[in-house]
Design a protein around this ligand. Sequence first.
Ligand SMILES: [Zn+2]
Ligand SMILES: [Zn+2]
Length: 342
Amino acid sequence: MIIDVCRPRDFLDRTMDRYVRLFPCLSDPARRSSSGLKVALVMLHLVYVGLLFAFDRHLIEEAVTRPWYTASYLLLVVATLIQYFLTSCSSPGYVLDAMRASNEIDIAFRKASKQPASSKNADVVVTIDRNPVGINVQGDLTSWTKMVMDMYPPGTSPRNFTCSYCHVEQPPRTKHCHDCDRCVLQFDHHCVWLGTCIGQGNHCRFWWYIFEETTLCLWTGILFISYLKADIVRAWWNAAIVIMLLITLSIALIFLLLLLLFHSYLVLTNQTTYELVRRRRIFYLRGIPERVFPFSKGVCHNLYDFCCHRSVYQLEPLPSVQALEERSRPYTCSDLLRCRCC
Ligand SMILES: [Zn+2]
Ligand SMILES: [Zn+2]
């Protein structure tokens, strides 16, 4: 007679198998841990907002007398959570996707040049310095390799910009992310909280997410302080919980404010966190003085490109020596009058 001993490990494995069968998208351990973090973050929001409404009866009364105030606050909570999920699900701009899009345009361009009547696939999804790929390239020059090579100074060895993991040629400002296992255009950093990379495709969304989260944190903190200051009788544990929540909220607010300021500075100077932190490790930035921002086109242009760039993938070639010299020139009074920084 065989006795089936149900060991806890087997039970766990069976439960996990069932769980993965129900949600096949969570079969990957990395995705699973990222989903766990997302659930934790949503719960954290719900706990703070829920406790605020549970403790502060005045806030519920205010929902009747001043409905717009409570509605605006709740709207901000929902908008922040939506922005969080939109950012975490957005693509940071993978090189392989850009390469595929570029090849599709290339094929469409070749077909169109042979059969002008069927040239309907002319959507520009990859641009280099605002020029559509395929307009200034002809014959064999339309390949991805050639296109990337043209973005570096003549004589640069392809070994310097070929990813040793993906084996693709990386345009300037690209970096391989070991968490995503892919090369990311205009790589900023890999965000553990969002479970995705922050790059060219979602940096703007990321900025808005930090902005909304900072505003929400600040507003929640103000509501908690007003509750503590209100002249009402409350139990000691009630006040202790609110003070504890307020302390954690203040720490989060300081962190978020610093992050928001830091990313605003990066946006205005057209830099990424990776370029700022690892400047000496990036071969094409090594000789450039620290105070020169090689990709900056002026504050207004940088801001416009960041918020309003229309193409999905925008590849930036390295600036010429003349452009770098111009950017490293010290500011004079006439420069300030002409708003050179803008
Ligand atoms: Zn790579
Ligand atoms: Zn990543």
